[in-house]
Design a protein around this ligand. Structure first.
Ligand SMILES: Nc1ncnc2c1ncn2[C@@H]1O[C@H](COP(=O)(O)OP(=O)(O)O)[C@@H](O)[C@H]1O
Ligand SMILES: [Mg+2]
Length: 299
C-alpha cells in the first residue's frame, strides 16, 4: 500500500487534536530533525498525557516516526504529510472525497478525487527520495535526510504548479492546474495513456507536428523548457490529441543550461519517433522550429 492509500484509509480516524500535533511537528521540523517531545508539548498547550496519547496514536497509524536516542523525538512520515495536505484540500473545498490510484511513478503517486460539484480531478503527491528512502532505511535504520525529502517534494510541487499555470495560460496542452498544497497538486483529470504504450498512434507526422507546436508555445510564449520530456510524459488522449504532463523540472528559457535542456528534450522525442515509428526529423530542424527561427517543420 502506498502512503497516500494509508493516509486516505486512516484519515477518518483523525481528530482535530491529531491534526494539531501533526501540524506542530511539521512546523518544528524546520528546526529539528526529530522534534523533541517537550517542544511538542510546549506548542500544543494541552496536558502532557494528551500529547503522549496523541503521539502514540499517530505512531501506531504510521504517520510519524519516533526515535529514542539521546531524547525522544518525532518526525513526519510521508503518510503524515499526506494527511495534512489532504485535510487542507478538503477544508478549502478543492476535493470532497478520494478515489483510486491512477498512476504510481518513480517520483509521484497520482489519485483521483471528486470536487464539490462531483467532477473527477487528479491529485498528484510528490515523493522525492522514496527509493533512496526505502533502501537506506533497510540498510541503516533510518535516514537523516528524511525531512529534507519532504521539503524537496514540497518544492517540486510548487515548481510544477507554477510551470503548469504558466503553460496553461499560454495555451499549451497540459492538465488544468487547480490547486497546490505542501507536496501535492490538484489538476484536471486527463484521459488516455502515455505515448510509450501505443503501437498505433494514427498519423505519426501529425502527432509529432502537434507535439512540437506545443513545445514551441512553451518556449516562445510561456518561456519555459519542460526539461523532462519523453514518451512517458506525453499523453495521447482518446481524441488523438496529445498532452504534456509532469512539469516539476521545468526551467525558464533564460536558464544557463536552457539550450542543452531543450536539445535533450527534443532528442528524447525525436529518438522515440524514429525508433518506434521510423519517422525522421533532425535535431537542428526541430530546434529551429521550436525556437521560432523556422516557420515550418519539414514533415
Ligand atoms: N492529471 C492526470 N490525470 C490522470 N492521470 C494522471 C494525471 N497526471 C498524471 N497521471 C498519471 O500518473 C502518472 C505519473 O504522473 P507524472 O506526472 O508523470 O509523475 P511521475 O512520472 O513523476 O511519477 C502518469 O503517467 C499518468 O498515468
Ligand atoms: Mg512522469
Amino acid at each position: 500500500m502506498t502512503s497516500a492509500e494509508t493516509a486516505v484509509q486512516i484519515f477518518h480516524k483523525l481528530e482535530n487534536e491529531d491534526f494539531r500535533i501533526l501540524n506542530i511537528i511539521e512546523t518544528a521540523m524546520a528546526k529539528w530533525e526529530f522534534v523533541p517531545l517537550e517542544q511538542i508539548h510546549k506548542y500544543a498547550k494541552i496536558p502532557l498525557e494528551r500529547v503522549t496519547y496523541t503521539l502514540e496514536k499517530l505512531d501506531k497509524l504510521n504517520l510519524t516516526y519516533r526515535t529514542r536516542g539521546a531524547y525522544t523525538g518525532y518526525t513526519l512520515n510521508y503518510a503524515g504529510y499526506d494527511c495534512l495536505a489532504i485535510n487542507t484540500l478538503l477544508k478549502a473545498k478543492i476535493i470532497t472525497s478520494f478515489g483510486q490510484t491512477l498512476g504510481v511513478g518513480k517520483e509521484a503517486d497520482v489519485y483521483d478525487a471528486l470536487n464539490p460539484s462531483g467532477t473527477r480531478i487528479a491529485i498528484k503527491f510528490h515523493r522525492l527520495g522514496r527509493i533512496s528512502f526505502r533502501q537506506t532505511r533497510r540498510k541503516r535504520g533510518y535516514i537523516k535526510e528524511h525531512s529534507s525529502w519532504l521539503f524537496q517534494s514540497h518544492l517540486a510541487a510548487e515548481k510544477e504548479f507554477q510551470a503548469l499555470k504558466r503553460a496553461y495560460e499560454h495555451g499549451v496542452s497540459v492538465p488544468q492546474p487547480l490547486s497546490q498544497n505542501r507536496h501535492v497538486i490538484a489538476m484536471g483529470m486527463i484521459e488516455g495513456g502515455e505515448l510509450s504504450r501505443y503501437k498505433d498512434i494514427g498519423d505519426t507526422g501529425e502527432v509529432l507536428q502537434e507535439l512540437l507546436c506545443n513545445v514551441k508555445k512553451t518556449y516562445l510564449k510561456a518561456q519555459l523548457i519542460h526539461a523532462d520530456l519523453s514518451e512517458y510524459n506525453l499523453i495521447l488522449q482518446p481524441d488523438g490529441h496529445i498532452l504534456i504532463i509532469d512539469w516539476p523540472q521545468a526551467v525558464k528559457t533564460d536558464h544557463q543550461n536552457a539550450k542543452e535542456l531543450l536539445e535533450r528534450d527534443l532528442k528524447n522525442v525525436l529518438n522515440f519517433f524514429n525508433r518506434k515509428f521510423n519517422l525522421k526529423l533532425t535535431l537542428e530542424d526541430a530546434y529551429r522550429y521550436v525556437t521560432g527561427e523556422a516557420k515550418k517543420l519539414p514533415l
